[in-house]
Design a protein around this ligand. Sequence first.
Ligand SMILES: Cc1cc2nc3c(=O)[nH]c(=O)nc-3n(C[C@H](O)[C@H](O)[C@H](O)COP(=O)(O)OP(=O)(O)OC[C@H]3O[C@@H](n4cnc5c(N)ncnc54)[C@H](O)[C@@H]3O)c2cc1C
Length: 443
Amino acid sequence: MDTIVVGAGIAGITAARLLHAAGQRVVVLEARDRVGGRIWTDRTAGFPVDRGASWIHGLTGNPLTGVVAALEMETHEFTVGSFQAAGRPIADYDESRRLLDHEAARRWAGDVDTADALLERIVAASGPGESYATVAERALAATGWEPRRADRVRAFYRHRTEEQCGAEAEQVAAHALDEDAVEGDEVIFPGGYDVLPRALAQGLDVRLGRTVTAVGRTAAGVRVDTEDESFEAARAIVTVPLGVLKAGAIEFTPALPGAVAGPIARLGMGVFNKVFLQFPGRFWQDAVYAIRRHGRAGFPWHSWYDVSAVSGKPMLLTFAGGAWGREIERKTDEEVVSSVLAALREIHGDSVPEPVAHWITRWGNDPHALGSYSYVAVGSSHDDHDALAEPVDGVLHFAGEATCGREPATVHGALQSGHRAAERILGSRLCLTELTRGVTPVR
Ligand SMILES: Cc1cc2nc3c(=O)[nH]c(=O)nc-3n(C[C@H](O)[C@H](O)[C@H](O)COP(=O)(O)OP(=O)(O)OC[C@H]3O[C@@H](n4cnc5c(N)ncnc54)[C@H](O)[C@@H]3O)c2cc1C
């Protein structure tokens, strides 16, 4: 065997496919009974519900754009997936449940822009140990706004780290969101996101239900142990989520060097969960992409996205990130649903019916993820992401979203990390069109 890939998420599948296309013998060991990892489309209701990733965050300059086009995946424009203040039409409600008119909504988005411009300069001048909360407070103080006006942007900033990092602003480094720009439209997938990993896994030797417990570097390369079998190869690419690495679920021998162990310890693994509610009918405005509650009234639930275009059913999606995301994992489904409904009824009153179905994710407790995605925690930097991918003894490579300093916490970042690992192993540049060569679109 030339290469063993641990994990059949998008990073692992990308690396395996590129190596396979270059003529290598590759085996992929995956703990779950499916490919895709944190791309997970639930089809039990007869229509797709994406419990993991949903969006391509910006089509411009994104390597996924060409891949998705080559696979003929159907996309639906939905430009507000990265928690932007002014995405496509949003029904914004203030603390007193009033719907902001166009002018008021424009002023509020302008406030976020003004504070962001200040924040960017303050972040650039900030020290390594400073948190996003600290620099955000400094930016808000510099605006000189009256408390209620500042409060609305403060709440937005808190939700921004909860959603983009799965962590509280106090835990997130000041520089964590430096690379967080969205270029171009965002899209979601009416046919489900898992079409992507399922298509790319075609023809690969993927062994499902194989939980890797140990990876040893040997004279001949690597030895990879699962619960009941061992595999040997010239090298391995480990793509398991950072949460799994942090928990020590895989024993590495010899122990990982500090250059890799350090980033694993320093980077954070956030929790970001989804709650989908399917309703018997619409009670919200037509043609809005999202409903959003501003200021202090927006805790803990603040944004509901109309994802009816994916399922064809009246459906809202809301998020719980950071401490609240962890807390809902300790609640029953009934408790979570009634809490979301109470927040929606504050805005829409009795017009909010009981949902006919719900889906609630619990990524923090998922043993093969132990969190949703990585973030730059206070005391770490974006360089830690890339340092994690530095090959160990020339035989052990790491890939996955947590190893991509430019675009962590995304599908395209994971894909780029798999591409990089394959290039490092082959010692040559690889064109990404190789990834989809000969792949039949999956429906
Ligand atoms: C709720 C949620 C929403 C998201 N939304 C978006 C979005 O809209 N857009 C976006 O771009 N990104 C989004 N993301 C992030 C995106 O899903 C991930 O960054 C990306 O899918 C990670 O791919 P990966 O290959 O690095 O890891 P994974 O997909 O997690 O793949 C790693 C694989 O390793 C396997 N594994 C773990 N332990 C073992 C073991 N011991 N042995 C063998 N196999 C093991 C896992 O089962 C998994 O299949 C979201 C994530 C979550 C959780």
